[in-house]
Design a protein around this ligand. Structure first.
Ligand code: OXD
Ligand code: MN
Length: 635
């Protein structure tokens, strides 16, 4: 079954493009599809002589699109409205080209599979650059290239790269469309897959364009899949110019420019100038049986369970007692100091680009419930009934692996790619709350930093104050995962889970954290958690997933002043019996989970000292003092 517009009845296959006979310059025609969400708009700008319609009243935008078109020489230009009709046409077009494959429409209506190039399946940190005028502003945490060199390199790659292709102009808004905290961007891409994903992940189209025209400023993102050649692939950020240029990859984190590139790397830079924080954090509201909801923002490195935590279903006996979870976001959080001295969070995204493997009725039933309609799957396997499948989903043996080859379970190979993904609108999640559209954001009571550590890091501990919390965030370490290319399972420092995403020098970023904290009369409490502690046989000690609510309960009680904690040199910990284990099949070894191994921490602090020193002279003195204090107290 082919997608239809829903409201406008069945569509014709494909969009109503106008082709032009000559080659660029003079060939590409700008089209603005009629019938967008806000209806057709009349633009004020004098049309470019080569355009057959007016496209935008904002000269800066029109001129930028024209200059990109002159460089990339597309055959057609399409201004995306975000309408259902437009989306249906794009999906049909991709079904025709094979960019999308229809999944079982009886079990998964409006669900499609995309198989990417096998060499283009994850973020490429080694090819991702922050291009500031001064190298030290990008910091040792980023790969750096001078803006001039980067522009020269990228211009050469983009020259003529869209010949025979369509150039899509995607106006988008990160954050609720009427929020003063939302920020605007325009992505130009030659990938219809990117357009379809951006439509789920951002507020994209006519409404965003209207706001861009009103405000006059926007982040410029230019993307081309190029030849998908890993040797001709770069993701460049120009924070001083509010520009992103990405070439040679179609993978989400490299190509959906609203996400990591804009909402984290560029936004972190904007946030520093404007006095707020752009963070790699989920946002979740936890409602207790008394009906009080407290919001928590939590940073975990990629593929460490943020989506699961954001959508957790309270386990028994919590569920019957009346605990509820409200999901605001699963990946990115923009935090603004409010007039009342608290910190307020918005989720700049409108959808989830989640890791599929491991998602199951046990680990994340809410995610499964949102994935049986209107979802795009990338690099998952399929069953013999043409349903999407990934490891740990269930006991079925898939028919085809992620590359589309017949799956042979005897080889021991995985069927879905470990970084296979789903893209879905956030409103499809059963635990979605319309607080996600609250223009003011939600007030945050607790900030949580979490890593994947087999040893040392306890299940939970609380920072003494904001400075100590900033230290714990800055010192965060975690085992690497498949979300980025490179070796998996290696422990690396990943401050605030922002190692791949902070658009400027970590030393300045930590100083900015301290400054923001100083301005807050009622700062959130800061905690560190570790769900991934292993026993001597390598098994996880803590059951994790929904059971993490038990830890959140202690955290929220601490925020309300209703629970005790034990002070240690490294942080404040619960007594082993302070975390409820009622109703668990087996009682985990709480002593190990909450142990403070002082010799181990001494060793850890030596490593943290070297890590902080890497950012000297920009490392804030307050963090070094904090390290000395801890070391002194350990003795
Ligand atoms: C993601 C990531 O896709 O962190 O969210 O890689
Ligand atoms: Mn992420």
């Amino acid at each position: 079954m082919r997608p239809t517009t829903g409201t406008a009845g069945p569509t014709t296959s494909g969009l109503r493009w106008k082709r032009c006979p000559e080659s660029w310059p003079g060939s590409a025609r700008h089209e603005f599809e009629q019938g967008g969400r806000a209806g057709p708009r009349q633009r004020q700008r004098n049309p470019h002589p080569l355009e057959d319609r007016m496209t935008t009243s904002l000269t800066a935008l029109a001129e930028w699109v024209d200059s990109v078109a002159a460089l990339t020489r597309p055959e057609r230009i399409h201004w995306c409205t975000g309408s259902a009709e437009e989306n249906a046409g794009m999906i049909n077009g991709m079904l025709d080209t094979g960019d999308l494959i229809e999944l079982n429409q009886a079990t998964h209506p409006e669900c499609y599979l995309h198989r990417s190039d096998p060499h283009d399946v994850a973020r490429v940190e080694h090819l991702t650059f922050v291009c500031t005028t001064r190298e030290e502003d990008a910091g040792p945490n980023n790969h750096w290239m001078s803006p001039d060199d980067a522009h020269r390199k990228m211009d050469a790659l983009f020259r003529g790269c869209m010949e025979g292709r369509t150039l899509y102009v995607i106006p988008y808004c990160m954050g609720p469309i009427d929020s003063p905290f939302a920020r605007l961007g325009v992505e130009i891409t030659d990938s219809a897959y990117v357009v379809a994903n951006m439509r789920k992940m951002t507020r994209m189209g006519a409404d965003a364009l209207a706001r861009i025209e009103q405000e006059g400023s926007f982040v410029r993102g230019l993307h081309s899949t190029g030849e998908l050649d890993p040797d001709r692939r770069f993701i460049m950020h120009f924070p001083e110019e509010l520009q992103i240029q990405s070439y040679g990859s179609g993978y989400g984190g490299n190509a959906l420019l609203g996400k990591k590139c804009h909402a984290l790397r560029i936004a972190s830079h904007q946030a520093r100038n404007e006095g707020w924080l752009a963070e790699h954090m989920l946002i979740v509201g936890i409602e207790n049986p008394q009906g009080e909801t407290r919001y928590v923002a939590a940073a975990f490195p990629s593929a460490c369970g943020k989506t699961n935590l954001a959508m957790l279903i309270p386990p028994e006996p919590y569920r019957s007692a009346g605990w509820k979870v409200h999901t605001v976001g699963d990946d990115i959080c923009w935090l603004h100091p409010g007039e009342d001295g608290r910190l307020y969070a918005i989720n700049p995204e409108a959808g989830y680009f989640g890791v599929a493997p491991g998602t199951s009725t046990r680990t994340n039933p809410n995610a499964l419930a949102m994935l049986d309609h209107d979802a795009i799957f990338t690099n998952v396997a399929v069953t013999d009934t043409n349903e999407p499948w990934w490891e740990d989903l269930d006991d079925r043996i898939p028919a085809l692996d992620w590359k589309g080859n017949k799956f042979d379970p005897t080889t021991g190979a995985r069927a879905a790619h470990p970084n296979s993904r789903f893209t879905v609108s956030m409103t499809q999640c059963p635990s979605y709350t319309d607080e996600a559209e609250n223009p003011k954001g939600v007030p945050i009571d607790a900030i949580i930093f979490g890593g994947r550590r087999a040893t040392l890091a306890p299940l939970v501990m609380e920072a003494r104050d904001w400075t100590h919390g900033t230290f714990l965030g800055a010192a965060m370490a975690s085992e690497t995962t498949a979300a980025a290319t490179g070796k998996v399972g290696v422990v690396r420092r990943d401050p605030m889970a922002m190692k791949p995403f902070c658009g400027y020098n970590f030393g300045d970023y930590w100083a900015h954290w301290l400054n923001v904290g100083e301005k807050l009369e009622h700062p959130p409490k800061i905690f560190q958690v570790n769900w991934f502690r292993r026993d001597q046989d390598g098994k996880f000690i803590w059951p994790g997933f929904g059971e993490n609510l038990r830890v959140l309960e202690w955290i929220l009680k601490r925020c309300a002043g209703d629970a005790e904690a034990v002070d240690t040199p490294v942080g404040r910990l619960p007594q082993p019996d302070a975390i409820s284990t009622d109703g668990l099949n087996a009682t985990p070894d709480m002593d190990t989970l909450l142990e403070v191994d002082l010799p181990g921490w001494k060793h850890e602090l030596e490593d943290v000292e070297k890590h902080l020193a890497k950012y000297s002279p920009r490392t804030p003195k307050a963090l070094v003092d904090e390290l000395h204090r801890m070391r002194h107290e350990i003795g």
